[in-house]
Design a protein around this ligand. Structure first.
Ligand SMILES: [Fe+2]
Length: 345
């Protein structure tokens, strides 16, 4: 197994390759470094089979979709990842092969709902779930400190103490740690109860990320053009969120709400199906096609997508265009399906 960290910065990208079969995989590649990754792969005669994002990043644009385009790599993310164009969705316990090397997916939500760690026997890539002497913040983008505490203590700290820890970020120049060291010395977790950890994380007082429009929403939607002006965090936070059961109840009322699905056409007819009667306008086309909804300005509109993230963006855009009663299906078609509510395929 050949393993290299390729960025040499605060943001870590790991190349994991099987030397025998010459196939490689990149964990958390960043878009500005695509040329460097391709040069490295070429110099070492490695074929890039896949890119794994351990979660939807808020601090850098992912290189996943670019490497899919340029090198034919498959994009792998957890089932809860909100973006379209993910080739393989994985869940807890699944194995990802890289030639002779096997990576086991450990679902570790908390930093985001789609956070995974990757376990390869002697080492674990922990994304932003467990950092060296720290943990990733969980105060936006669907983060949940209680879930994060459970992920760290019940999913990662049960690995053997000597397991090497490789996080997605380090701000102090560290490169690796071990599970045993983090159990003893991680100042956020060590000696704290779940309740104390939640209190601590809810009161970190960190400034909100300034790249939410340039980084987070483009990563969440796999969009890379200027047709869309992404809403601000304040605008997103104002969107009314409706649970699947609440939406189902509204479908028995008059006038019927307008169900607006903003996914890509292949998702609308894909494995999650769509809600009967919903109309499809992909998010990227929404600004140019909002005129089609003009007749519904006084009706309740419910935006829908895969995980409820792109549709929150859509709802905020429509609100900005003067639509007065726009809400969002919380958890999107993932939660709708998990509640066994009716779908058309
Ligand atoms: Fe992150």
């Amino acid at each position: 197994m050949l393993v290299r960290e390729l960025n040499r910065g605060k943001c870590k990208t790991y190349l994991i390759a099987c030397e025998k079969s010459r196939v490689a995989l990149l964990v958390d590649p960043i878009r500005e470094k695509v040329d460097r990754y391709l040069a490295f792969l070429s110099y070492h005669t490695l074929k890039l089979e896949a890119v794994i994002d351990t979660h939807t990043h808020a601090d850098h644009r992912t290189a996943g979709f670019e490497l899919k385009d340029l090198a034919g790599a498959k994009v792998i993310m957890h089932r809860r990842a909100p973006a379209p164009h993910v080739d393989i969705h994985v869940e807890d316990g699944e194995m990802i092969p890289v030639g002779d090397v096997q990576l086991q997916v450990i679902y570790t939500p908390g930093h985001t709902p789609d956070s995974i760690s990757l376990y390869a026997g002697d080492r674990v890539y922990t994304g932003d779930t467990l950092l060296i002497r720290g943990t990733g913040r969980c105060d936006f983008a669907g983060g949940d400190p209680g879930e994060q505490f459970d992920s760290v203590t019940q999913k990662l700290f049960v690995l053997p103490d000597e397991t090497l820890v490789f996080p997605a970020h380090d701000y102090r120049g560290n490169t690796q740690s071990t599970i045993g060291e983090e159990k003893r010395f991680n100042p956020r977790i060590s000696g704290r109860t779940r309740g104390e950890y939640v209190d601590l994380m809810n009161n970190l007082g960190l400034p909100l990320p300034d790249k939410i429009q340039e980084v987070l929403q483009p990563n969440q939607s796999a969009l890379d053009d200027d047709r869309l002006r992404f809403p601000s965090l304040a605008e997103l936070n104002q969107v009314r969120q409706l649970t699947p059961n609440r939406v189902q109840a509204l479908l028995g009322t008059f006038p019927l709400p307008v169900l607006l699905d903003v996914r890509e056409p292949e998702e609308y007819t894909g494995e999650l199906g769509h809600i009967p009667g919903s109309i499809l306008i992909p998010l990227q086309d929404l600004p140019s096609r909002a005129g089609e909804l003009e007749g519904y300005k006084d009706r309740q509109i419910i935006a829908i997508c895969r995980a409820g993230v792109r549709s929150t963006t859509a709802a905020a855009i429509l609100t900005g265009l003067g639509f007065e009663q726009v809400s969002n299906l919380k958890g999107g078609m993932l939660d709708w399906n998990d509640h066994n509510l009716p779908v058309d395929m």
